[in-house]
Ligand binder design. Structure first.
Ligand code: UDX
Ligand code: ADP
Length: 460
């Protein structure tokens, strides 16, 4: 099989953008084109000012700066990019379905299917098609069907290559992955993709499996990671009533090399585009095979996570004398974790929604998330009118402004900068008692207590 010379990626989002940038950076002899229907997004990827890239990831600006214009291109002409490519990555969004069968659980594959139909309609020579989006097991089969039945008689070989990068560390994860997983049936196609990654990833870290194992491994990896977070969050509630400290418990169990230290940080709840969606998907698949015990087992990870978000909001209300009506609560952070501007499934959205139901007045500060995005997240829930969301919740671009005159501060995201604030100055400007609710166990408890704050953290 001849070496891959042209790669096209459909979807210039959090996965497609960074992944293709690194593939292009490490393979200067392969032309990589990333296409998207969203013109504004493509324009932002092409912005001369690298601070304006549509995805915020530490180190991404340097990678794009190095490869863009050399062998990395962002474009809106999807057909042309499909026609010219030897290998096509599908990296479009696969949200949880919001309608019909599997609503709230199954992945919505309409964007993937549209891509497949477009590839089939346009392609005039053989292509390797790589699933990059997280997909339910056996989607490759559906893809193959569509491609073969609607195509122009050209040969499509399908691979699954799930993404394991975490947002906020995407560039380092891509540069130095624990493993790259490639699933497929066709040895030649697998080898072609292995060679793309082997430009910088040691061969022993490139695993090849059959298609279904690869697809399922992605869901299972995220389910296991999320399960650890829900497990420690369950223990955080127990710590709060028994006097144990969840950080101490985490450290104690994490030192056991069989358990390991990662993903044991108690929090206000996990968010992000993958964990919930992938578990719901796993649950849906298990139920569709009538594996009720398996489905119930994994569903509990989500139930625990929802409980943790509600519990945090209720802790705030209860501590503030059972009413937050008209009280000013400053939210530090809106993103689902630090170092990203992504807010999908962020715990902050649900905690805010709960407090707004009680007529709290929230002022949000997040270093990377725009006001527009925050209102979009709230409006999407449909809990109240857009006017009420804007009346009750304000967004500011200065943390001290968010905190001035506040009854309480709530830490929703673990941004490093929150630790460096002048908390003595903040204390002076806040109402008394000055409550701090730390959903990330981020701030210095001793120092805040010394300054006179009433400090409450998850799990202690
Ligand atoms: C995850 C997977 O890690 C990644 O491999 C996959 O490709 C996509 O999904 P991501 O969603 O970017 O990545 O973030 P991750 O770092 O896994 O965090 C997910 C959520 O769990 C965040 O809200 C985070 O704050 C929370 N979390 C994580 C905790 O609350 N405690 C922890 O100990 C770890
Ligand atoms: P992810 O986190 O999986 O990368 P995003 O929502 O950030 O998800 O990105 C997916 C991108 O795919 C979006 O920018 C969307 O506009 C794009 N997209 C969806 N369907 C198509 C399509 N048929 N052709 C081109 N781009 C598409």
């Amino acid at each position: 099989m001849k070496a891959i010379k042209k790669i096209t990626c459909i979807g210039a989002g959090y996965v497609g953008g960074p992944t293709m940038s690194v593939i292009a950076q490490k393979n200067p002899d392969i032309a990589v084109t990333v296409v998207d229907l969203n013109q504004a997004r493509i324009a932002a990827w092409n912005d001369a000012d690298l601070n304006n890239l549509p995805v915020y990831e530490p180190g991404l600006d340097a990678v794009v700066g190095e490869a863009r214009g050399r062998n990395l291109f962002f474009d809106t002409d999807v057909d042309k990019a499909i026609r010219e490519a030897d290998m096509i990555f599908i990296s479009v969004n696969t949200p949880t379905k919001t309608y019909g069968k599997g609503k709230g659980q199954a992945a919505d594959l309409k964007f993937v299917e549209l891509c497949a139909r477009q590839i089939a309609a346009v392609a005039t020579d053989d292509k390797i098609v790589v699933e990059k989006s997280t997909l339910p097991v056996r989607t490759a089969e559906a893809l193959k069907n569509i491609l073969e039945n609607t195509g122009n008689g050209v040969n499509f070989r399908i691979l699954s290559n799930p993404e394991f990068l975490a947002e906020g560390t995407a560039v380092t994860d891509l540069h130095n992955p624990d493993r790259v997983l490639i699933g497929g049936e066709d040895e030649e196609a697998i080898e072609a993709l292995v060679n793309v990654y082997a430009a910088w990833v040691p061969r022993e870290r490139i695993l090849t499996t059959n298609l279904w194992s690869s697809e399922l491994s992605k869901l299972v990896a995220n389910a296991f990671l999320a399960q650890r977070v829900s497990s420690i969050n369950a223990i955080s509630e127990l710590c709060e009533v028994t006097g144990a400290n969840v950080d101490e418990v985490s450290r104690a169990i994490g030192q056991d090399s069989r358990i390991g230290p990662k993903f044991l940080k108690a929090s206000v709840g996990f968010g992000g585009s993958c964990f919930q969606k992938d578990i719901l998907n796993l649950v849906y698949i298990a139920r569709s095979y009538n594996l009720t015990a398996v489905a119930d087992y994994w569903e509990q990870v989500i139930i625990m996570n929802d409980h943790q978000k509600t519990r945090f909001a209720e802790k705030i209300i209860q501590t503030m004398y059972n009413t937050v009506n008209g009280k000013h609560i400053a939210f530090l952070g809106w993103a689902f974790k630090k170092d990203t501007n992504d807010t999908r499934e962020s715990a902050a959205i649900y905690v805010a929604d709960h407090l707004l139901d009680e007529e709290a007045e929230i002022v949000v500060y997040d270093p990377k998330v725009s006001a527009e995005q925050i209102y979009k997240d709230l409006d999407y829930l449909g809990s109240r009118s857009p006017e009420d969301n804007r009346r009750l919740l304000k967004v500011v671009d200065n943390p001290y402004e968010a905190l001035a005159g506040a009854h309480a501060a709530a830490v929703l995201t673990e941004w490093d900068e929150f630790k460096a604030y002048d908390w003595a100055k903040i204390k002076e400007g806040m109402k008394r008692p000055s409550f701090v609710f730390d959903g990330r166990k981020l701030l210095d408890k001793k120092e805040l207590n010394r300054l006179g704050f009433a400090y409450y953290a998850i799990g202690e």
